[in-house]
Design a binder for this molecule. Sequence first.
Ligand code: SAJ
Length: 446
Amino acid sequence: MPSETKQDVYAVLRDRIATREAIVGVVGLGYVGLPLAVEHARAGFSVVGLDDNSAKVDKVRSGQNYIPDVDDRMLQDLVREGRLTATSDYRDLTAADVIIICVPTPLTDNKEPDLSYIIQVANRIRTIMRPGQLIVLESTTYPGTTEEVLEPILETSGLTLGTDFFLAFSPERVDPGREDFKTQNTPKLIGGVTARCQEVATLLYRQSIAAVIPVSSPKIAEMSKVFENTYRAVNIALVNELALLCDRMGINVWEVLDAAATKPFGIQIFHPGPGVGGHCIPLDPFYLSWKAKEYDFSTRFIELAGEINLSMPYVVVDRVARALNDQGVALKGARILVMGVAYKEDINDERESPALKVFELLEARGAQVVYYDPYVPQVKPHSFFAREIHSVALTDDLVQSQDCVVITTGHKVIDYDRLVDLAPLVVDTRNATRNVREGREKIHLL
Ligand code: SAJ
């Protein structure tokens, strides 16, 4: 970049974005970063993807896709045409006009925000920054992170925010596996720290995203994102509590929800389940409740929702014990097949999956547990397990030899008529057997 006056630096950045000459860097090539990198490359930018995981870098360099939401051929074409490259070297981002951060924001074991990935990336970026760059944070985090955590680190580069470099927050809204809304057609919020930050960030995303909505600050965008997922966690907890009450009252909660769904306005129906998994809903609300404590504020809905959702695996195990008991079978020593360990139907991701908690709790109660999931052939050791477990083959003999089959994920590819026909007992936590006619006496719904 030729030496520019302060004024020129901003104008040059804005023009390079407008003409799509800008080089866009994307840090973090996961389920958010890689689709985003592809969209910017499709829009005509030269894109440099960066990831510390050299296997991901090698795959992108060879045009080998590993994210289901990305089109294999599209990735190959963009890499072959040199419009998308990948690296693990942050020095390759000095030339970038834009750097978008898409790294995880997990929770610590004490359910506190873990910003270590963001901080690590920020400390690497500040060493390679130059005048005229736009930095955008997309990782879900609590309101205030961009200006209270990211901005001070980047300013240790000696560059001045709003004059030398520009900073914004734009929450990712990627729902893995979704067909109707993908990166390109999901509305995008943009919260710039200053007016110039807002202008260049909005200009950037308007080159590749259909609907871009500027908001007045990063905090608005940060809060909107955590609210979006808190809304889900609280409403899922509400229907889980309803399921507990309906069970107590002998009312079919699934029929209640189908009935409520007939109201054409003023309600969005959620469904009970074995708990809440994934990388968003179980985590994001606790980013907000943690920050709220700084303001002497107790987010009681979030805490209550967390309690109820976290209790559901235990509810499922008790339901299995009760169903077995009705058959005169003890849970201890019972043979149990867990159907589905992905955190939601029709995907291959088992992160934070409540099904794994159900598996662990059943084993702890002395049951002999196996799982089948067509999308998850194996589960590596992690917080729920000290060992690797593998999906069994779903044979007639296997199902018939069980004392109970627990449906924890309602994958659509499963033949539930066959499953219910073969199984002596079914506990269905997803109402996946809703269309099964024969053998309904064997089915115990959550
Ligand atoms: N779940 C229920 N009952 C429901 C809905 C979900 O028990 O009625 C459970 C699921 O089984 C899963 C967990 O909650 O274990 C999370 O499910 P989810 O449908 O919220 O799926 P996620 O975690 O993939 O959420 C993503 C989020 N996307 C982003 O954060 C960008 C969320 O904002 C989306 O609204 C959601 O997808 C979606 O709508 O599918």
